[in-house]
Design a protein around this ligand. Structure first.
Ligand code: PMP
Length: 462
């Protein structure tokens, strides 16, 4: 089906979107396909608790492609859920890791200072607007959220937490308490953290028929109602929000809503926490997603992409807040590992030298244009939204009723993988395909992914 026009896509001959090879696409001779079926090998020993999108066996990653154990390559628009922002085995990141491994691996945070940790704190702080200047390194996204909630509680002396329905903030008990993107994250863990108030999130397409003004007004009214009837504003220590809801369905919070939360927090001495764990590091076409709204949160939580796959997260705030939090008020054994921080330095340097924030904005616009061309001919696409290279495509059975079409999304994910493209789903009804390519993705790869999506979707009934 020829229904797609993508600027920047390669000219077609026999195939409209020929497979484009990344410069590093040929695996080194030393990585031979093992042919192993790793799911069979895992047998009864690897946990059944972890959810998996695929049951495939992965061997290695090169450039923007993952390779399975049979040696087949897949264009990776999943990236470990927005983790490998520079793709796999990026030469600058790999070199930095190798050099640091030879020098110092062990975390030295409790003993003093290590150069990559200090340097990354300086460089990371420089990516934030004033007054955000102080960095606490931790390990995972959940751990950053826990830390931020503790910071807010201790520095304000208030137990109240406001978070938003459909939000995802992690799986530790505190983070679970503010998560509501799916019941499976919460069920059976009650009682969760007391003092959490979950308010409606302005999911403009799904809940407000595309009316951003009404979405903003209704959700702000819920906040005002909360402090009129349930808990005084002076009892709330923190308001926690993803500037673009991730697991919940790739819903951007309208800028006026974020600005109103900023004003409300400032007026009442509340710590405004932005969860930038999935949006972070240039992905949305700005370094940080809160910049789109022109606000500065009090605390920002980051993780995932900041070390391109090595475990590293951070809490960033103004210095005075962490001084008031107090020495020893929080801590970590592994947080700020020198190797992870060396990787982080290489990621940041590459983002700057290759102008990748701008690339995310430009390639994202191309992706959206291509998706809109597909949607013009396929009514099963209800909405295309997002920012930069964090794009959600919501599938419905009917554009008027908006009945979610999760079965189609499941088939599309599987079909795309069979055709050599990895994409993931999200959303409370699993009916949203999320596109999170590496932020150094090329126009040709955007065209290739659009072609696979288009052909696969066209081949699927219902
Ligand atoms: N917040 C957001 C927005 C996330 O997307 C995630 C991970 N999907 C987390 C928090 C939790 O991060 P982690 O899995 O590293 O604990």
């Amino acid at each position: 089906m020829d229904r797609l026009v993508v600027s920047g896509a390669p000219a077609a001959t026999s195939s409209r979107y020929p497979r484009v090879m990344h410069p590093l696409t040929s695996p080194p001779a030393s990585i031979a396909p093992t042919g192993l079926d790793l799911s069979a090998l895992a047998g009864p020993n690897l946990t059944p608790v972890l959810g998996r999108y695929f049951e495939r066996s992965w061997s290695h990653g090169i450039g923007h492609r993952l390779f399975d154990t049979d040696g087949r390559s897949y264009l990776d628009f999943a990236n470990g859920i927005a983790v490998s922002a520079l793709g796999h085995s990026h030469p600058a990141v790999t070199k930095a890791i190798h050099e640091q491994v030879d020098r110092l691996i062990v975390p030295t945070g409790a003993m003093g200072y290590a150069e990559p940790v200090v340097r990354l704190a300086v460089e990371l702080a420089a990516t934030f607007p004033e007054p955000l200047d102080t960095v606490l390194f931790l390990n995972s996204g959940s751990e950053a959220i826990e830390g931020a909630l503790k910071l807010a509680r201790r520095t304000t002396g208030r137990a109240g937490i406001v978070a938003f329905k459909g939000g995802f903030h992690g799986r530790t008990l505190g983070a679970t308490s503010v998560t509501s993107s799916a019941m499976n994250y919460r069920a059976g863990y009650e009682p969760l953290l007391p003092g959490v108030h979950l308010l409606p999130f302005p999911a403009v397409y799904r809940d407000f028929d595309g009316d951003e003004k009404r979405a903003t007004a209704v959700c702000l009214a819920a906040l005002h109602d909360l402090v009129r009837t349930t808990i005084p504003a002076e009892g709330i220590g923190s308001i926690l929000i993803e500037p673009i809801q991730g697991e919940g369905g790739y819903y951007p919070a309208p800028a006026p809503f974020l600005r109103a939360l900023r004003a409300f927090s400032s007026e009442h001495g509340i710590v405004l926490i932005a969860d930038e764990i999935q949006t972070g590091y240039g992905r949305t076409g700005r370094m940080w997603a809160f910049e789109h709204a022109g606000i500065v949160p009090d605390v920002v939580c980051v993780a995932k992409a900041i070390a391109n796959g090595l475990p590293l997260s951070a809490i960033i705030s103004r210095r005075e807040l962490q001084e008031r939090w107090g020495r020893g008020a929080h801590g970590t054994t592994y947080g700020g590992n020198p190797v992870a921080c060396a990787a982080g330095l290489a990621v940041l340097a590459t983002i700057r030298s290759e102008h990748l924030v701008e690339n995310a904005a430009a390639r994202g616009a191309e992706l959206v244009r291509g998706l809109e061309a597909i949607a013009a001919e396929d009514p099963r696409i209800g909405d295309i939204r997002g920012s930069g290279l964090m794009i959600g495509i919501e599938f419905v059975k009917d554009r008027h009723t908006k009945e979610p079409n999760g079965a189609l999304v499941e088939a599309l994910m599987a079909g795309c993988a069979d055709a050599g493209l990895l994409v993931l789903s999200c959303g409370r009804d699993h009916n949203v395909i999320r596109l999170i390519p590496p932020i150094d993705v090329s126009p040709a790869e955007v065209g290739e992914a659009l072609g696979i999506l288009d052909r696969t979707l066209a081949s699927l009934p219902g």
